[in-house]
Design a protein around this ligand. Structure first.
Ligand SMILES: NC(=O)c1ccc[n+]([C@@H]2O[C@H](COP(=O)([O-])OP(=O)(O)OC[C@H]3O[C@@H](n4cnc5c(N)ncnc54)[C@H](O)[C@@H]3O)[C@@H](O)[C@H]2O)c1
Length: 282
């Protein structure tokens, strides 16, 4: 189910004609009806990149609140298991590093990024309420920066930004001096972690992300080297409330799910660069 507010039909074109797949174009902030039995409801709908949620603040708050309410209602009515795609942004600009699930976060509710962070925090609270009050089987994954093929070229996420800029020979834009750190998880690792969590019996939030930490400048240098680009690196002013550090503590995922990321940055970047080379050439 998708209303394509930030997504695109091209991303699911390869599934057309698969008898085990059905697509419904629908805004999940509205009541949803699905015929037949359901085993699971996995709620991933949300504007997800900083550019998107700053441009779509109300839709972001609505899909985190009303959309989560409708998705939980569907799961409850079908007796289905529910999974919420939450985010490391619930930790805000963290004062604890790395971030374990027990950390309550440091979020500015009225800053520009608050629309996304608070929507996801509300979504987590609502999910736990359905779990405790209605007995719905719920799972919450706190996803840390994830990247891979089929990302949009200009959606404001740092990995795709840098790759496209490098391939086009444009300057790579660093916000601030690029000393802020991030950890980047390859999409296949994330999916494996989410699948394990969904099948587990853990209702409490669970971090899934790659704990290897890099500065954003190091990432830019790595992308330039791997693409063979001669692009320069330029610095731009740091956006408001940009987190300075971000790294998951994945002790829980390791212990409870037996999960560990396998794809290291170099390999993941190479696969993602290959995708963008083809996409840009088209
Ligand atoms: N990619 C990451 O690094 C990351 C990190 C943390 C959390 N997440 C979360 O994971 C989920 C998926 O992220 P993604 O990177 O795959 O993003 P994505 O943009 O590829 O997918 C999100 C989809 O949600 C759809 N959508 C938005 N509002 C909707 C609505 N009201 N009704 C129906 N569809 C709607 C969009 O059209 C889009 O196709 C999001 O909830 C995001 O917040 C992602």
């Amino acid at each position: 189910m998708d209303n394509f507010i930030t997504g695109h039909a091209d991303n699911i074109a390869h599934l057309a004609g698969n008898a085990r797949y059905r697509f419904i174009q629908h805004d999940v902030t509205n009541f949803m009806y699905v015929e037949g039995a359901l085993d699971g409801v996995l709620h991933f709908a949300s504007p997800a990149s900083p550019i998107d949620y700053l441009e779509l603040p109300i839709q972001t708050l609505k899909v985190g609140s009303l959309g989560t309410h409708k998705a939980l209602g569907l799961a409850k009515s079908k007796g289905a298991r529910f999974l919420l795609a939450s985010t490391s942004e619930v930790y805000g600009d963290p004062q604890v590093h790395p971030q374990p699930e027990s950390y309550w976060g440091h979020v500015n509710p009225v800053g520009p990024r608050g629309v996304y962070d608070e929507a996801k925090r509300f979504a987590e609270a609502l999910t736990m309420a359905y779990h405790r009050y209605h007995g719905v089987q719920t799972r919450i994954v706190r996803i840390f920066n994830t990247y891979g093929p089929r990302m949009r070229a200009r959606d404001g996420r740092v990995v795709s930004n840098f790759i496209v800029q490098a391939l086009k020979g444009e300057p790579l834009t660093l916000y601030g001096t690029g000393g802020q750190t991030r950890s980047f998880c390859y999409v296949d690792d994330l999916i494996d972690g989410i699948h394990r969590l969904f099948l587990s019996d853990r209702a409490d939030p669970t971090n899934i992300g790659n704990p290897n930490e890099f500065t954003v400048r190091q990432l830019a240098e790595r992308v330039i080297a791997l693409t063979g680009s001669s692009s320069p690196i330029v610095e731009k002013p740091l956006p408001e409330d940009d987190p300075k550090v971000r790294r998951p503590d994945i002790t829980t995922a390791r212990a409870v799910l037996g999960w560990d990321p396998k794809v290291q940055l170099e390999e993941g970047l190479q696969r993602t660069i290959a995708h963008f080379r083809t996409a840009i050439a088209r």
